[in-house]
Write a protein that binds this ligand. Sequence first.
Ligand SMILES: *[C@@H]1O[C@H](CO)[C@@H](O)[C@H](O)[C@H]1NC(C)=O
Length: 326
Amino acid sequence: MLKLMLIVLSILMVFNVEVINANLPKFKQATKEDGSLSLLVIGDWGRHGAFNQSLVATQMGIVGEKLEVDFMISTGDNFYDNGLTGVHDPAFKHSFTDVYTAPSLQKRWYTVLGNHDYRGDVLAHLSPVLRKRDSRWFSLRSYVVKTDIVDFFFVDTTPFQDKYFIEDEGHTYDWRGVLPRKRYLSNLLQDLDESLKKSTAKWKFVIGHHPILSAGHHGNTEELVDQLLPILEENKVDLYINGHDHCLEHISSPVSKLQFLTSGGGSKAWRGDEKQWNEEELKLYYDGQGFMSMEVTRSRVDVAFYDAFGNVLHKWGRGNSNFYTY
Ligand SMILES: *[C@@H]1O[C@H](CO)[C@@H](O)[C@H](O)[C@H]1NC(C)=O
């Protein structure tokens, strides 16, 4: 019996299978020596440099150097159109390694999966083989990155959207590791809630691919409004950061301190459809390419959005008790 258990355990370890009901995996990330952090956020990018992906990458390199960024966050849809075909897919090199070449971007890239990433070999994204191909790459489905001042909660949002499961959109999704879906989602929400409750960090940021609220093409994700948003509000999360809509956007909550930040301008943009939104809440909507930076200390968080030429489109910051819009 013991022998059997050991065999099962080693099979699990060899294949890196996530154990059901385990808490979200946690990783430690160092801050700068003065205790602060700076980082860049980009989403919806992998197109072999096309659709201004390379232009955005160049500006990220410049801003990254100025801010001496500690790491990057990708909000998903890392490889278009259909994710990766496998761990040796040349798209990984052509859309990631060969594009983000600036010295300041040679830091860790914490990523989540987008819906397009689920259309390929989803396990390839998560494989340690990719980390061998480019040591910056860090991809898991849901996990926590802990620093001395912020805890970052990365959430796999694609499995929440009903339409990928029920509508005949003409796409196939690789749901290995997700089915049965109901159990996957309830475990994830429970694990996230527990991890948020245990967090003692000054700031709590949650990152997913899909927006909760957005005035863009896709609009609000109702499944997340219903299932994820109450957990974020209950646990006093400061920021929800996402991609999916190919734009740069800042929405402030009418009822809590939670701010909704979309950084999905990594390549193809300019869809030209913006929904009506309360002007008090919609602080920025930019339909084109670009990215976002964040600077965080124990007492302040500052966010800036940049276009493909590095021009600052919008800045926002919050101190201990009040917030500032520039
Ligand atoms: C590239 O960026 C410029 C400036 O924002 C824009 O005018 C142009 O349409 C973009 N090209 C593509 C293919 O999106």
